[in-house]
Design a protein around this ligand. Structure first.
Ligand SMILES: [Zn+2]
Length: 59
């Protein structure tokens, strides 16, 4: 039994503008750029974000 204790916790990236989390750094950067320039959210981008229970905000 090989003791491969690889922590598979996924690296995630957070948009510093809107605070959304992304698995892919590429999308996080797209989001940051968009957020910075447009001060709004782009659905095409944020649909790539991952949901995190930051504030337990659920409906
Ligand atoms: Zn953003």
């Amino acid at each position: 039994m090989s003791d491969k204790n690889s922590n598979t916790e996924q690296q995630m990236y957070q948009c510093s503008e809107c605070g959304l989390w992304y698995v892919e750094e590429e999308w996080k950067e797209k989001c940051e750029i968009w957020c910075r320039e447009n001060k709004s959210c782009n659905l095409e981008i944020i649909k790539h974000s991952v949901v995190r229970d930051v504030a337990g905000e659920y409906n």
